[in-house]
Design a protein. Structure first.
Length: 179
């Protein structure tokens, strides 16, 4: 307890709070001493009794799982190009470090991801695992565009085909000529 900062809780108060307010049926108080540290959204939000951050040997994490939102704009193996100079990041989100910048117009390819996270929405943007000239990582969907090849005009309507690395043919199966 630190007057003027926090009033704290006794072990009994903590138990009642967890049961009555949080609806817990079971619980464990791992550490209730002055060395406890509460980390929330990237920073320590409490004040340990000696005023400094402590080394932590154990921890308890609580998370809120949200419904996964994904884009289907691209698919694995599709050739893409950067629409502007754009960062490649080590993970899907602008909270991950950028390790290089790819110039506008650079071709790349959408890579598979073991956890099927391609197109995942993180921090308001959809992210894709991509490779450009031997460098691979995550790029925002808005920084990418599919490489498009015009293959013909049918009945006055322009059709386009997305050209991917495993299907680079632009041959027209019915003999139309590209504009």
């Amino acid at each position: 307890r630190q007057p003027g900062y926090s009033i704290g809780m006794t072990s009994d108060e903590l138990a009642r709070f967890c049961r009555d307010r949080l609806g817990a049926e079971w619980g464990i108080n791992q550490d209730g001493g002055g060395s406890s540290a509460m980390w929330l959204d990237g920073e320590i939000v409490n004040r340990p009794s000696d005023g400094r951050e402590r080394l932590v040997a154990n921890g308890l994490i609580m998370v809120v799982l949200e419904h996964v939102r994904k884009s289907t704009e691209f698919e694995v193996g599709l050739t893409v190009r950067t629409v502007r100079s754009a960062d490649i990041r080590v993970g899907p989100g602008d909270n991950y470090a950028a390790f290089t910048t790819i110039p506008k117009g650079t071709p790349g390819i959408v890579l598979p991801h073991i956890n099927n996270l391609n197109g995942v929405n993180a921090r308001g943007t959809n992210w894709w695992r991509v490779a450009f000239e031997g460098k691979w990582g995550w790029m925002a969907e808005g920084d990418l565009d599919a490489e498009v090849t015009w293959i013909g005009v049918w009945k006055g309507v322009r059709d386009k085909v997305l050209r991917s690395s495993d299907n680079s043919s632009s041959e027209d199966p019915v003999g139309n000529t590209a504009p």
